[in-house]
Design a binder for this molecule. Structure first.
Ligand code: GLU
Length: 495
């Protein structure tokens, strides 16, 4: 196989919003395709109608788009490639199930749900190892089969079709990460291939699609490892070549149990909505089970594409750390500004400001004003969703703060009032640029016998409502004369 023939796929089921582990699978496949100049395919495994979750498909595609994981093929929808949907390919699965029936690798099973439940209860009572099916219909005589068929016809239901799994021996396959893996066939069931509603099971649809989509490498989470021997048997029964398999290491929470919501891990769209940068998420997820050299942490998209190989995937579980993600987000937050200027930060923060500023602030926001505020708040923004909180005082008409903040250290109420009055007078005359403001206010502090820190601290609270805010003079310049004077008046009233 040459490298440009590499074809990989991401095959999520729309049963929920994709979580970290899920998108890590997508990312590894995408990176491998891009590294090899191969193809990345997205296939939605939606044949289990009962487990479909409203909105899950959109969330899957949104997550991929947000991370920039583009796919290369699929049915065209509105001039773009849509993903493949298994629910639109049912005929294929039926055809190949039929082939398995015809070549003796599958059989119809007429057992009712009641019988199956009873059977399982009996097995449990006998303490036999739990198997989901006792192969009751596997060797029915022709006569019995005819009786069952007639019965079904009367009731108007279809039988399920099961795979005739070998009872003895072993099934071995090679995993690119873990080496040879062997399962005893006695552990495998006569799994259902086609359900009575005519829909295939995951196993059947997955194998048929991977074959016809000419998937070369199946990279999926290791929870699917126990499905693989069943798939191997199906490939053989259908006379098809096996793809290569690579089962990705588990992702654990900091307490070393399987990563879950309990650890605060969210769906990818939640991370997006919390204001993480896709660049940071991409880098972070790539290191969950893959490493370049064990010491390099910051590797951007291009670097990942260049270096990503299956050899670099680890056998051992990866541990998810929120601290590391936050740290990485900080790095990329600075990087987007270093590389593309503050305008990049502004553009990304804008939707968060539009959504998160108090409703009293007029929308749409004035872009020009936002772009003047952005450089002042950007260093305090760790997640884009922090932006409204940090920038709020630039936008609201009235500040809401604890009046006690106006009593800065060593300054009494009367003195504070005097200083605010004096500032007001001076500021009326002053040109509102940071340099002039600084000069004017330093002089004033001297005249009032204030330490500069005292006067500046007082004014900071008056104009921003906070003790910790961006540099005072730039802040005042952006706020402008009118607003500053109004706020000083308001502060005087509070004192
Ligand atoms: N539909 C399965 C999932 O939701 C796909 C597993 C596989 O990649 O084969 O993860």
């Amino acid at each position: 196989m040459t490298k440009d023939q590499v074809r990989v796929r991401y095959a999520p089921s729309p049963t929920g919003y994709p979580h970290i582990g899920n998108i890590r699978t997508a990312l590894f496949n995408w990176l491998y395709a891009r590294h090899c100049g191969g193809k990345f395919i997205v296939r939605i495994e939606d044949t289990d109608q009962t487990r479909r979750v409203e909105g899950a498909l959109e969330a899957i595609l949104d997550s991929l788009r947000w991370m920039g994981l583009d796919w290369d093929e699929g049915p065209e929808v509105g001039g773009e490639y849509g993903p493949y949907l298994q629910s639109q390919r049912l005929d294929m699965y039926r055809t190949y199930t039929q082939q398995l029936l015809e070549n003796g690798s599958a059989y119809k099973c007429y057992c009712t749900t009641e019988r199956l439940t009873e059977m399982r209860a009996e097995m449990a009572a006998r303490k036999e190892s739990m198997r989901s099916y006792d192969r009751h219909c596997r060797d029915l005589s022709d006569k019995d089969r005819k009786i069952q068929e007639a019965n079904l016809e009367l009731q108007g239901i279809d039988p399920v079709i099961r795979f005739k799994s070998p009872i003895e021996g072993e099934t071995t396959f090679n995993d690119l990460i873990r080496g040879d893996i062997t399962f005893a066939n006695s552990e495998l069931d006569d799994l259902v291939l086609l359900k009575s509603d005519g829909y295939p099971t995951y196993h059947m649809a997955n194998v048929v699609d991977d074959h016809f989509m000419e998937i070369t490498h199946i990279m999926r989470a290791d929870e699917w490892l126990s499905s693989t021997p069943r798939h191997v048997l199906l490939y053989r029964a259908l006379g098809w070549d096996l793809p290569l398999f690579a089962h990705l290491p588990m992702i654990l929470g900091p307490d070393k149990s399987k990563l879950s919501k309990r650890h605060g891990a969210a769906s990818l769209t939640e991370y997006r909505d919390r204001g993480y940068l896709p660049e940071a998420m991409l880098n972070f997820l790539a290191l969950l089970g893959w490493a370049l050299d064990g010491k390099t942490d910051i590797i951007d998209r291009e670097g990942l594409i260049k270096h990503f190989t299956i050899d670099g995937i680890s056998k051992t579980a990866a541990v998810f750390s929120h601290e590391k993600l936050d740290w990485m987000n900080g790095i990329y937050m600075r990087r987007i500004v270093e590389e593309n200027g503050i305008g990049e930060f502004t553009a990304r923060a804008l939707p968060f400001l539009e959504a998160g500023l108090p409703l009293t602030v007029r929308r749409p926001l004035d872009r020009e004003y936002v772009s003047r505020v952005a450089p002042l708040v950007y260093e305090r923004v760790k997640l884009l969703s922090d932006a409204p909180k940090q920038a709020e005082f630039f936008f609201v008409d009235e500040l809401d703060y604890d009046s006690h903040l106006l009593l800065v250290k060593g300054v009494g109420k009367a003195q504070a009032m005097k200083a605010l009055e004096a500032s007001k007078q001076r500021l009326k005359e002053c040109t509102f640029d940071a340099a002039s403001l600084e000069e004017t206010l330093r002089l004033l502090a001297d005249e009032l016998g204030f330490k500069t820190g005292q006067l500046f601290g007082l004014l900071r609270v008056a104009v921003s409502g906070r003790t910790a805010a961006p540099p005072l003079f730039q802040t005042m310049e952006v706020l402008g004369k009118d607003r500053c004077l109004k706020r000083i008046d308001a502060a005087l009233k509070r004192l």
